[in-house]
Design a protein around this ligand. Structure first.
Ligand code: NDP
Length: 457
């Protein structure tokens, strides 16, 4: 077991801390990779000790492992203004050597703390963990990177994106680089198109304050789905070391650009009322004039020898009829079929579920409509899923000082750069805001996606 590590959670009274961070840590502490962790929660809210401990206990559950019991017994909450230098100094004093400072705060507050920390010496080995969004555009992300870089070295900076902790996303590495069936054909010579889709059936769920300012493009595509794309498109790293893997991811994203002209490469839409879901524009806290999209689609290409010419479509939306969360890799049909074979000429389609990790490969085979008629058969499997939640997986790296699953600074900036032309085109009205009924498959003429929906299990 590692030496005990102290994690200071800023914004500990908030939603992310209770709903994702602490349960993620609990899932890590319950298993064989448990380490000794002390948590200091902090925020302006005056939480009584019992109230804080109760939240940690609720997140960990009742059947506590020895490591979780130790964390629960030693945790404390310290109320205070996180931008006050005296409060920060007191927290650092309490935390001791090599703390993890986890910023689970609105981004503007995090930036204010980073500015305040410029005047404070951080202990050697301090790790800084930042929630998304990291900046609000490429320029602000670069600015924040510069500030953070004066505090600790890049390898001690963890820009968190919990998609990188999802078993199904991590499994892309195994599926691709340890697989003779896929790796040799993982290129433009054999692949026709790729879709990375994260559709939710849930609507706004009361998160207007955040979501109405972000929208589907920034909330999902700018961060999570571009990182999935990086793992899907990158070349094989020499080793699983953070330096190697993150360099390959960065290289893939540096080559990523919109597929075609800006207006053609994107679509956006907003849901109207459907079933029991009210129209997005009527939700409390939404400013309809802001024209926030609840469904976004962007098509990119990775302009490398491996991928040039392959459209890769990233899509995510809310209040849709089907919770499609998957990567779909469509292979090209073979150039020649023996004459005398009839029916579908479709090539293979590989579907990789992002949640909970189902894998399905449809392969051309003789079908049931006659001995020489082609059809598709499905090879289905379920990818192993880890009991450690995505946040637990990411925290495991942070606690060990390993940035493998953290977003590197240049990548955080690059993800903004890729979507900025789209955001500009949307702001200037070059791409119309379309509508779809809540509970539907999206605008009916967005056919390429609707075609795939019946194959979702
Ligand atoms: P909250 O809005 O719940 O804020 C977290 C805490 O920050 C609050 O409880 C509050 O604590 C403190 N805070 C709020 N405003 C201020 C302020 N002006 N000055 C000082 N402290 C303030 O955020 P979430 O917990 O939802 O999210 C935290 C971070 O995680 C954000 O960056 C968000 O983008 C990101 N994130 C959130 C997700 C989610 O599902 N919630 C998902 C992915 C990322 P107190 O009042 O006690 O000081």
């Amino acid at each position: 077991m590692l030496n005990q590590r102290t994690v200071v959670i800023f914004g500990a009274s908030g939603d992310l801390s209770s709903r994702l961070l602490l349960p993620g840590l609990g899932s890590l502490l319950a298993g064989p990779r448990a380490t000794s962790v002390r948590i200091i929660g902090t925020g302006r809210s005056p939480l009584a000790p019992d109230e804080w401990t109760g939240r940690v206990q609720a997140a960990f559950g009742h059947d506590l492992s020895p490591a979780a019991a130790e964390t629960l017994a030693t945790t404390q909450y310290v109320a205070g203004d996180p931008t006050d230098p005296a409060h920060l100094r007191a927290l650092l004093e309490l935390a001791g050597p090599a703390p993890v400072l986890y910023f689970s705060l609105p981004p503007a507050v995090t930036t204010a703390i980073v500015q305040t920390l410029q005047g404070i010496d951080l202990p050697a080995g301090t790790e800084l963990a930042f929630e998304k969004p990291f900046g609000t555009d490429a320029a602000s992300a670069a600015e924040l990177n510069k500030l953070v870089g004066t505090l600790v070295p890049e390898e001690n900076v963890h820009r968190v994106d919990h998609f990188l902790g999802r078993t199904a996303v991590l499994n892309l590495i195994g599926l691709r680089f340890a697989n003779r069936l896929f790796e040799p054909v993982w290129n433009a010579e054999h692949i026709e198109s790729i879709e990375i889709v994260y559709d939710e059936t849930l609507g706004l769920e009361g998160r207007a304050q955040y979501y109405d300012n972000a929208g589907a493009l920034v909330d999902m595509i700018q961060s999570h789905l571009l990182l999935v794309l990086a793992l899907l498109a990158m070349d094989a790293p020499a080793t699983m070391d953070a330096v190697e893997v993150r360099s390959e991811m960065a290289r893939a994203l540096r080559s990523t650009q919109l597929y075609g002209s800006t207006p053609e490469a994107s679509r956006r839409a907003r849901y109207t009322a459907g079933g029991s879901v009210p129209s997005y524009a009527d939700e409390a806290g939404v400013d309809p004039g802001r024209e926030t999209e609840t469904l976004a689609e962007v098509t990119v290409e990775v302009d490398t020898n491996r991928w040039a010419g392959v459209p890769i479509t990233l899509r995510s939306g809310k209040a849709l009829g089907v919770a499609r969360k998957e990567i779909v890799v469509k292979f090209k049909p073979l150039r020649h079929l023996p004459s005398g074979l009839h029916g579908s000429r479709d090539g293979e389609t590989l579907r990789i579920g992002l949640n909970p990790g189902e894998l399905s490969l449809s392969v051309p085979a003789l079908g049931v409509d006659g001995p020489y008629t082609m059809g598709q058969v499905f090879l289905d499997a379920t990818l192993p899923s880890s009991p450690v939640l995505p946040y637990g997986e990411v925290l495991n790296g942070i606690l060990r000082g390993d940035p493998l699953l953290s977003v590197r600074g240049d990548v955080a900036e690059r993800c903004w750069e890729i979507v900025e032309p789209v955001l500009d085109a949307w702001r200037s009205g070059e791409v119309p805001l379309e509508e779809y009924e809540a509970g539907s498959d999206g605008p009916s003429h967005w056919a390429s996606f609707a075609q795939n929906i019946d194959k979702v299990k």
